[in-house]
Design a protein around this ligand. Structure first.
Ligand SMILES: Nc1nc2c(c(=O)[nH]1)N[C@H]1C(S)=C(S)[C@@H](COP(=O)(O)OP(=O)(O)OC[C@H]3O[C@@H](n4cnc5c(N)ncnc54)[C@H](O)[C@@H]3O)O[C@H]1N2
Ligand code: MOO
Length: 381
């Protein structure tokens, strides 16, 4: 059962979830498969960029004083190296083609005049991208700990990198408890439709993990114990069953499984009965209160920082920004309210998501907060 008293201060709970877990081991993947993951080792160029002396314009590769006699043509594409250019000669060249050794400049078509096989003009700039002038093998592209973006993956490919070393993304399984919860169709009398699976999936993906599956469980301690005891994902999320009711078995089951509690109740409204525990063997259990808005608060307070840490992201305190408006503050902890821009959206209740649906973030208001003061922000998924 949830401990009596207000519970762990919200900021301590949030920081604890981000500090507890070490990043999962690194894996090698293609650059594209690494997008969204976190670099486990620095990313360095494998080859020079450009890899060869390259024409930067369409025109003529020239050397020596003009006019130049055009002795050949080279367009971008594979091919044996061409012979060095002799003084007073030129070859017609395409952007991206390897320039012949000894080329002094590429004369763009628009700066040149051609009569028969003679070309003349005034080279104003070399228009040659020299081997390695952007990157040399071993140059640093990104430090360990950086998230791999699509741009970074493309830069890695350009620098000849075939594999990136990134932390394995944490896998999550969600157990949706509650005899009253249905996962499809319109609820009948006494039933509610599951609103956790989509939210947990989105928060998980944003933190760098992936939701393996969501399974509904009845309010039955044996079913819950069996589900938690089975090997599987690194992180098990349980929605509902977090509180004091006759059907709320999670705390008893975790005690029976010899779990260690790291967070057991948080001094916040809503979301008070949330928790974070560790099973023998190292799997994590995150307990989300069944009230959907309270569960969302818990997903952003405990699940997201835990997953981010497992995915290899450095823990960071939440961004703080000014909040204006009115809220009923909670004397023994924080009140967590939906906010659009700086403005509080009034009327959020633990069981309902519609107020948060119209907001862009949640603001964490201390008992001392006054309109216009900054407060930590949790961006809504
Ligand atoms: N005597 C006490 N009662 C309650 C306390 C308390 O401290 N003492 N805490 C209240 C608070 S705060 C919350 S939050 C809830 C937490 O409840 P549980 O986590 O045990 O969840 P349930 O009782 O199963 O459900 C609560 C509520 O949420 C609805 N629900 C559950 N799962 C889903 C789902 N997947 N999708 C949509 N809605 C869901 C469920 O039908 C209930 O209405 O306990 C208070 N009680
Ligand atoms: O804190 Mo419950 O988490 O109010 O709805």
């Amino acid at each position: 059962m949830i401990e009596h008293g207000p519970g762990m201060p919200w900021a301590v709970a949030h920081a604890t979830a981000g500090d507890l877990a070490r990043p999962l081991p690194a894996e090698r993947t293609t650059p594209d498969a690494a997008i969204g993951r976190i670099l486990a080792v620095p990313l360095r160029a494998a080859v020079a960029v450009p890899a060869f002396d390259t024409a930067a314009m369409d025109g003529y590769a020239i050397t020596g004083p003009g006019p130049w006699r055009v002795v050949g043509r080279r367009l971008a594409g594979p091919g044996e190296p061409v012979d060095p250019l002799l003084g007073g000669t030129a070859i017609e060249i395409g952007t991206g083609a390897a320039v012949p050794p000894t080329t002094e400049a590429v004369l763009p078509y628009e700066d040149s005049t051609r009569h028969g096989d003679l070309v003349s003009g005034e080279p104003r700039r070399p228009h040659i991208r020299r081997t390695g002038e952007d990157l040399r093998p071993g140059d640093l592209l990104a430090d360990a700990g950086r998230p791999v973006t699509a741009t970074m993956a493309a830069a890695a490919v350009q620098a000849g990198v075939e594999e990136l070393h990134t932390h394995r993304p944490p896998a999550v399984t969600l157990f949706v408890t509650g005899d009253e919860v249905i996962t499809s169709g319109q609820p009948g009398p006494g039933q509610v439709r599951d609103s956790f699976t989509g939210l947990v999936s989105a928060v998980t993906a944003r933190a760098g993990g992936h939701l393996l599956r969501s399974t509904r469980l009845p309010d039955d301690p044996a079913a819950l114990a069996d589900a938690l005891g089975r090997p599987g994902a690194e992180v098990v999320v349980v929605s509902g069953s977090s509180s004091a009711g006759a059907a709320d078995h999670l705390h008893r089951v975790l005690t029976a499984l010899d779990a260690t509690w790291h967070v057991r109740g948080v001094a916040c409204r809503p979301g008070h009965p949330q928790g974070l525990a560790e099973l023998p063997g190292g799997r994590w259990v995150v307990s989300l209160p069944g009230n959907p808005y309270a569960g969302l608060v818990a997903a952003l307070t405990l699940l997201e920082p835990l997953l981010a840490a497992l995915a290899g992201r450095a823990a960071a305190p939440p961004v703080t920004a000014v909040v204006t408006g009115e809220a009923r503050l909670y004397a023994a902890g924080v009140r967590i309210v939906p906010v659009t821009g700086t403005r509080i959206r009034p009327g959020a209740r633990p069981g309902s998501l519609h107020t948060a649906a119209a907001a862009d973030s949640l603001a964490v208001l201390s008992a001392a907060w006054r309109s216009g003061d900054p407060a930590p922000r949790l961006v809504l998924p």
